[in-house]
Design a protein around this ligand. Structure first.
Ligand code: OAD
Length: 252
């Protein structure tokens, strides 16, 4: 795969770059996506598992579902696509990952600047007193009640109908305001407000580069659309960008 010349020019000199990622970037690590024939939402109902009402109705069921997903995430490893984004942090003077994923794989891969729009499965907090519990504390405390105050402990993730964490959204907004390029990787681009972010880049004169194995509503809008797996396409983009920017082999 060779990068179109117009994109090469941009990547050669870009200083401010963002990657917006979704479940597809972790698919090759073995973590199920949400939509599509094999997606989680084809078998399970978001209303029963991913809303605050669902949690209050059946905290045990919802907590166990997240415990199960935490186990899958922990047993998975970051793949070449996550690693390519760590490389991009070295390549571009300013680089931010904005993720909709809760699986913690960007941080585990080594990305430093990550806005987690939908929370992180390793964090939990008590609805009663606000005390935070990491994933391991939570797994030890199988009755899902806060040892301090007896309140219910919930995962620190965003459920349907909930606000995004203000600080993470602010970080994402700031990054897209300045971005010359946004890579939109492995997301169906149908969940808002995350799906708005590429439009902000566009409005400010930046370019949208989509990486996905399928067409999405963004494909026709994007300036460049690469059809292929995140690991393959991002590795090729980072390798070629390093060459364009004269990253010597011995400094790698
Ligand atoms: P989806 O499951 O909706 O979409 C995954 C996207 O990844 C699809 O467009 C796939 O074509 C693409 N894909 C799959 N494998 C890929 C690969 N190897 N390389 C590149 N692309 C690949 O997941 P999201 O868009 O992330 O929200 O979903 C957004 C939000 O909806 C999630 O964060 C979650 C969900 O409900 C909450 O839980 C709040």
């Amino acid at each position: 795969m060779s990068i179109p010349e117009e994109l090469q020019k941009i990547l050669k000199s870009a200083r401010e770059v963002v990657a917006l990622t979704g479940a597809g970037i972790s698919a090759e690590s073995g973590i199920p996506t949400f939509r599509g024939a094999d997606g989680l939402w084809s078998k399970l109902s978001p209303e029963e598992l991913a809303s605050f009402d669902a949690f209050l109705r059946n905290p045990q069921l919802v907590s166990e579902w997240y415990e199960h997903r935490r186990k899958i995430a922990r047993e998975s490893k970051p793949n070449q696509a996550h690693i390519a984004l760590v490389e991009m942090e070295r390549i571009f003077p300013s680089f931010t990952v904005v993720t909709q994923n809760i699986d913690n794989l960007h941080k585990r891969a080594g990305s430093m600047k990550v806005a987690e729009l939908h929370g992180n499965i390793e964090r939990n907090y008590c609805l009663g007193c606000g005390k935070h519990y990491d994933g391991e504390d939570f797994d030890r405390n199988r009755n899902f009640k806060c040892p301090e105050c007896g309140g219910l402990i919930r995962p620190d993730i965003v459920w349907f109908g909930e606000m995004l964490p203000v600080d993470q959204w602010a970080m994402a907004e700031e990054a897209v305001q300045r971005a010359e390029v946004i890579f939109v990787v492995g997301t169906s681009s149908v969940v808002y407000p995350a799906a708005e972010l590429p439009m902000t880049v566009r409005r400010n004169g930046g370019k949208i580069v989509e990486v996905n194995i399928e067409e999405t509503p963004l494909s026709n809008i994007a300036d460049f659309s690469f059809k292929g797996s995140a690991s393959r396409v991002l590795t090729e983009i980072t390798d070629q960008t390093k060459e364009l920017r004269g990253f010597a082999k011995d400094t790698e």
